[in-house]
Design a protein around this ligand. Structure first.
Ligand SMILES: NC(=O)C1=CN([C@@H]2O[C@H](COP(=O)(O)OP(=O)(O)OC[C@H]3O[C@@H](n4cnc5c(N)ncnc54)[C@H](OP(=O)(O)O)[C@@H]3O)[C@@H](O)[C@H]2O)C=CC1
Ligand SMILES: Nc1nc(=O)c2c([nH]1)NC[C@@H]1CN(c3ccc(C(=O)N[C@@H](CCC(=O)O)C(=O)O)cc3)C=[N+]21
Length: 281
């Protein structure tokens, strides 16, 4: 029987410290570190994240402004908003929710976010720094995953790790960060021919796909650490990628959904806004 990793509790602990820091900044500098979120309607998981994020910002004292855009928003409109946010002194972090609708080119948007405010590591400048193992604003979800493992004293160095999913905000950077922490990494995706054969000898599995029940107990080695970043709304409930009940019996550590990676993501976002605030020059 594995240990259920309490992301919610760990995140709350980190947030208590962050809110002290925010208070101090407000008192000393008379400014409130502030995050701007842009969401183009259409994705339920994204909407749930934004709702949660606003709650948590309020709790910790971080300023938060949200731009909710219609599904048919033109690329130029989004570009204008980003340019404005880049130049505003009262905005310290910018996050553009993905997925974006088809008419908007994600790469173009990513490259326009000022890298000093780029709190989800969207911009190629930040992504390049991450790739090279240099200091940068790290993407929130992979950062939260590594932090959670460290909080539980889980060794990464020398371990074999598999990441399932290769998006630019979760899978790919998670693989790079595991590599930067000296794991040997396999990166799986939808064209991976035999997922089970890739996962079965891994000490660490990170899943970020968005398909409930994708990771089943037969794919998991006895004693493996299983991190579930998937979030899919099923009948109004948030579901991960992992068959939690059954994988729990084999894993040494496992994250639940909700209450696992998601809470860490929001918390790392706040940490990154503070980092962006402190490093901006
Ligand atoms: N908990 C959290 O904090 C966060 C959760 N999420 C959630 O994580 C999930 C993934 O989102 P995101 O990272 O944006 O990724 P995307 O939705 O952009 O992409 C999904 C990835 O999964 C891969 N994939 C799809 N089907 C399979 C399969 N059968 N076997 C193996 N791989 C497969 C795809 O492969 P290919 O590249 O070949 O198409 C792709 O790389 C979503 O549920 C999202 O809501 C996202 C961000 C943060
Ligand atoms: N640029 C960008 N970055 C993202 O990080 C990003 C994104 N776009 N688009 C959408 C996905 C989805 N995502 C979630 C994060 C936290 C929770 C979360 O905190 N969930 C809580 C539960 C919340 C609830 O119960 O409603 C939990 O897991 O405990 C959920 C989903 C981030 N995403």
């Amino acid at each position: 029987m594995g240990i259920i990793m309490d992301g919610k509790k760990i995140a709350e602990g980190i947030r208590t410290e962050l809110s002290e820091k925010i208070k101090k900044i407000e008192m000393e500098k008379k400014v409130k570190p502030t995050l701007a979120t842009i969401i183009v309607e259409g994705d339920e998981a994204s909407a749930s994240y934004v709702k949660n994020k606003e709650k948590v910002c309020l709790q910790t004292g971080l300023g938060s402004v949200t731009y909710e855009l219609k599904k048919d928003t033109k690329e130029e409109e989004l570009i204008e908003i980003i340019k404005e946010l880049n130049s505003r002194e009262d905005i310290h972090g910018i996050i553009v929710q993905v997925p974006l609708p088809k008419q908007i080119n994600e790469n173009k948007i990513a490259s326009l976010i000022d890298y000093r405010k780029d709190v989800d590591c969207f911009n190629p400048e930040n992504a390049g720094r991450l790739f090279r193992g240099e200091k940068c604003l790290m993407p929130c979800t992979p950062k939260g995953i590594i932090r959670l493992m460290k909080e539980y004293g889980i060794e990464i160095s020398g371990k074999k790790a598999a990441v399932v999913g290769r998006s630019n905000i979760v899978g790919k950077p998670a693989a790079i960060m595991l590599l930067n922490n000296n794991a040997t990494v396999v990166l799986c995706h939808s064209k991976t021919s035999d997922l089970k054969s890739q996962l079965i000898d891994c000490d660490i599995i990170v899943s970020a796909v968005g398909k409930p029940m994708l990771i089943t107990a037969d794919m998991v080695k006895e004693g493996a650490v299983v991190i579930d970043a998937g979030t899919t709304m099923v009948d109004g409930k948030l579901k991960g990628d992992v068959d939690f009940e059954n994988v729990l019996k084999k894993a040494s550590y496992i994250t639940p959904v909700p209450g696992g990676v998601g809470s860490m993501t929001t918390t790392m976002l706040i940490e990154n806004v503070l980092e962006a605030f402190n490093n901006y020059e």
